[in-house]
Design a protein. Structure first.
Length: 148
């Protein structure tokens, strides 16, 4: 008997104090699962597209920073080579005038380049190459260099 009254109470409409009949409100009755899943799919697609665009922008920013650094270094290299060339010519002319023979002055200028190359070759062979490459990689990725 108690079970019958309890089950009737669930299915039967409730009477309000003013005598009107109301049914209990079910919050999930109006939920359309297909519409919800379609909305979720759209949101996920939008998120994936946004993340893809963000990744493209980050890669573009990194590439443009690297290219700007390369161009800057290339311009510096060309300018310094021009300055070094003119200084070498001036030194060779001065030494040639001092010795009395311009070919000997230019040979002395070439000897300066050979001495510089020898020093560079020794430095590069004794670990300078590894340090130089690691510094470039650290510059590229924005890490601080290890101080030894």
């Amino acid at each position: 008997m108690a079970v019958e009254l309890h089950s009737e109470g669930k299915n039967a409409s409730m009477e309000a104090t003013n005598g009107t009949s109301t049914k209990p409100h079910d919050p999930y009755a109006e939920l359309d699962l297909a519409a919800y899943m379609e909305s979720l799919k759209g949101s996920v697609n939008g998120y994936v597209r946004t993340e893809k665009e963000l990744l493209k922008m980050q890669l573009s920013d990194r590439a443009s920073s690297v290219m700007a650094g390369v161009v800057e270094q290339a311009v510096k290299l060309v300018c310094m080579n021009g300055v070094l060339l003119f200084l070498t010519v001036a030194l060779s002319l001065y030494l040639g005038e001092l010795v009395g023979s311009y070919p000997i002055g230019f040979a002395a200028g070439a000897a300066v380049y050979l001495i510089l190359y020898g020093g560079y070759h020794v430095w590069w062979g004794r670990g300078g190459k590894d340090r130089f490459i690691m510094e470039r990689i650290n510059d590229l990725f924005g890490h601080e260099a290890d101080v030894h």
